[in-house]
Write a protein that binds this ligand. Structure first.
Ligand code: CA
Length: 230
């Protein structure tokens, strides 16, 4: 799978042993992992790494997991990031549910790592389908993120790795207008410096490949805003 199409998982957990086990297993499963040791750092890391999903311990120093979750779910920029709460006892889970923190799922410690990974994938299937190997379809275009195969109207398209990631990003959210900066973050990664004009070059290549396969140009240029699929 292309590097930037790996989903980023933020683990907010104060127990080092738990953090290590999660990081090890998530990385082995193909995820990028970021870690925070308490609630305060967790909130800062959310803005810094823009995770695709958050595993959030309930009992944390400084700011509790519940408070972190509540804050994330009230901010428009972070509201849609899935949060899985990790809690020590099942009574805690009942309390979390009762508090309506907005968490998307709950797991009781000690959890089975296999089950937790399944729940992570299940959340991502909804929000980042290309990162978990789903087949995406838009009009006559099909993208298989598992086999890296792209077809239009039944014929195979040859895309470079960057064009593939661009198309996957577009196809995960048809109709969404992406700014050049957002595409840079998503397709090239935050830690790499690339000029925004590079985005235009690769969108141009993707467009050409799609149009050469027949059919109309599915990518819309939105003046002053960026690009969208459909
Ligand atoms: Ca804890």
């Amino acid at each position: 799978m292309g590097a930037s199409h790996q989903a980023i998982v933020l683990v907010v957990e104060d127990e080092p042993a738990q953090r290590d086990v999660l990081a090890y297993n998530l990385e082995a499963d193909g995820f990028k992992v970021a870690m925070a040791v308490d609630g305060e750092e967790g909130l800062l890391m959310v803005d810094e790494v823009q995770p695709d999903i958050i595993l959030l311990d309930w009992m944390l120093p400084n700011v509790s997991g519940i408070e972190v979750c509540r804050r994330l779910k009230t901010r428009p920029e972070t509201r849609n990031i899935p949060v899985i709460m990790l809690s020590a006892r099942s009574e805690d889970v009942d309390r979390v549910r009762g508090l309506e923190t907005g968490a998307d799922d709950y797991v009781v410690k000690p959890y089975s790592v296999i089950e937790l990974l399944a729940r992570v994938r299940s959340q991502l299937r909804r929000t980042r389908p290309a990162s978990v190997g789903e087949v995406l379809v838009f009009d006559d275009i099909t993208l298989n993120s598992e086999t890296h195969k792209v077809t239009r109207g039944g014929s195979n398209l040859k895309l470079g790795p960057t064009e593939f990631r661009l198309l996957a990003t577009f196809m995960e959210r048809p109709g969404r207008v992406w700014s050049r900066e957002q595409l840079l973050d998503r397709v090239w990664g935050r830690d790499i410096y690339v000029d925004t004009r590079t985005v235009d070059v690769h969108v141009g290549r993707l467009r050409k490949t799609l149009c050469d396969a027949g059919g109309k140009d599915p990518i819309r240029t939105v003046r002053g805003a960026g690009y969208s699929l459909g």
